[in-house]
Design a binder for this molecule. Structure first.
Ligand code: MTE
Ligand code: MO
Length: 187
């Protein structure tokens, strides 16, 4: 057993269920029309079909997931594409400082380029099964070092920008930094 001390950020409770939390309803997924794009300040804009996305090099990554409302779900086995792989393909320009993660139905989350570490993943499998629609399938971002509102479900696009574009919750009073270890919950 891995010790759980020091794994749980302040004022978080561990849950064994995986709660489902999002605004709006779950989008329909059609693998024939779905695409993943990278646009904005990049040398090589990308637009990939679902099949093309699945052919990208994949990684497995185990991480913990902390929702700002106070629950933490430990030891999630994600499988997908490291965001570093996407960066290597799209090649952000020197002016690019921020990324807006654009999901279905107008949900967005924003990150600084330096937040896109080796542990950040575009995931399509969880615990050896295809990622369920309610948890963001076919594709969600996983940002283990931030509160989970940065881990957008149903991701369709990454947009690289010079100026920061605040995301859905970041515009509504939640912390832009979102570091659970520092309890950066609200502005
Ligand atoms: N597209 C989208 N992604 C989203 C959200 C959302 O409302 N829409 N909610 C976020 C929040 S606040 C949390 S806690 C997690 C919840 O992920 P889960 O439903 O897989 O537990 O998704 C995040 N990603
Ligand atoms: Mo959340």
């Amino acid at each position: 057993m891995v010790s759980e001390t020091n794994r749980i950020p302040p004022n978080q409770r561990v849950t064994s269920k995986f709660p489902i939390l999002h605004v709006g309803d779950i989008p329909k997924f059609d693998p024939k029309t779905w695409s993943f794009s990278v646009e904005g300040l990049v040398e090589n804009p990308l637009k990939l079909t679902y099949e093309e996305f699945l052919r990208l090099p994949k990684v497995l990554s185990v991480s913990d997931f902390h929702c700002v409302t106070g629950w933490s779900k430990l030891d999630n086995n994600w499988e997908g594409v490291a965001v570093k792989t996407i960066l290597n393909l799209a090649k952000p320009l020197r002016e690019a400082r921020h990324v807006t993660v654009v999901a279905e139905r107008g949900y967005t989350a924003n990150l600084a380029l330096e937040d896109l570490g080796d542990d950040v993943l575009l995931a399509y499998r969880l615990n050896d099964k295809p990622l369920e629609p309610e948890h963001g399938g076919p594709l969600r971002l996983v940002v283990p070092k931030k509160y989970a509102y940065k881990s957008a479900k149903w991701v369709r696009k990454l947009r690289f920008t010079e100026e920061e574009e605040l995301g859905y919750w970041e515009r509504r009073g939640y912390s832009n930094k979102a570091n659970p270890w520092k309890e950066e919950r609200y502005v």
